[in-house]
Design a protein around this ligand. Sequence first.
Ligand SMILES: Cc1cc2nc3c(=O)[nH]c(=O)nc-3n(C[C@H](O)[C@H](O)[C@H](O)COP(=O)(O)OP(=O)(O)OC[C@H]3O[C@@H](n4cnc5c(N)ncnc54)[C@H](O)[C@@H]3O)c2cc1C
Length: 349
Amino acid sequence: MDHFDQIVVGGGLAGSVLVYQLTQQGQHVCWIHTGQEKSSTVVAAGLINPLVFRYLTSVWKANKLLPEAVNFYQSIEEISQRSFLHPITIAKVFGDQDEALWRQKMKKPEITQWIDSIGKVPDNDLLIQPFGAGFVQGYWLDTVVFLEEINKIVADKVVTLSDRFYLDDLHLMSDGVTYKNRFHANKIIFCEGWQAVINPFFNFVPFRPVKGELLTIIIENLNSNYLLVKDVFLLPLGKNIFRLGSTYDWDDLSDEPTEKARAHLLDKLYSFLKVKVEVIDHQAGVRPAIADRRSVAGLHPDYPQLAIFNGLGARGVMIAPWLGKQFVEHLLFQKSLDEKIDLNRVVKK
Ligand SMILES: Cc1cc2nc3c(=O)[nH]c(=O)nc-3n(C[C@H](O)[C@H](O)[C@H](O)COP(=O)(O)OP(=O)(O)OC[C@H]3O[C@@H](n4cnc5c(N)ncnc54)[C@H](O)[C@@H]3O)c2cc1C
């Protein structure tokens, strides 16, 4: 039987960040995942925005999460010598009430720190912007390239099982777990994304998965370097190619793209841009969100050989590196988890 410190299940953003951080601590890891099949991470636009535009508030812990995320992704860029974290100026195109709200909220330092300026998006005759726009510095992570690079970096440090994980093959022991009678580990950590809803060990976690859809489009006559946001976002990828997203659907949790979402996204786009588009791709995924909109990490209350690292929700790219660090320190050095992300908060006592 091969012995490991940890078995990690799932190869999306959660599993990848965690496996990397565990190997950084010298942990011997067995990683069970099925590669880059359709997952929330592969579909995601990868945007990092420190503000919640709907209420013009700061994202929870943005002051901590943003620098940790940028440092983390840039350190992986350095190792892999590939670029996948792209700085971008976000232009929130204002509706008629927005400018007043922004000017009022800009009196608060925790909001002002994120806002570059208010004005018009320059050199863009196709944009309908009678009320102007607010500018914020953000990033977008090319999640597919990131996953590729993490996989390469850890390849010779972990044992990878390119397969689905089957619960029937897991046995709980007094000193850990065994899997398929071949692997023994002190703990198994589930990073299954929204599919965790069918994991019977963690069925007490109030998951509230939400499907999202995105279009990849060509707009021949639009040259924009801004990430334009108004109800939907338009992310420039270069060469007149853009990603247009995204939708939120709590009822249909299939990962199939729908006509309804395509029409919705295009309608919203045409409300602020006078353009013709050609749709070249349409993707759907399901975000692993939790009812209280916080992530979840921790050991099972009755079976401490089992752990969960999940609930990255709609802003996983920004939160994952900080969350992973919290969880690794908890796992290896018994440091307390932030109570807002601690699994304990959802355990029924
Ligand atoms: C349309 C859309 C747009 C988004 N845009 C953004 C954005 O702009 N910014 C942002 O920060 N976030 C965004 N997100 C959210 C982001 O994708 C998630 O926060 C994050 O990627 C979730 O990562 P995860 O690893 O928890 O889940 P996933 O990426 O879903 O990964 C879970 C993995 O576990 C695997 N798995 C599950 N069960 C098993 C099993 N039994 N055996 C083996 N493998 C298993 C799954 O196959 C999957 O590969 C978006 C999501 C969607 C759908």
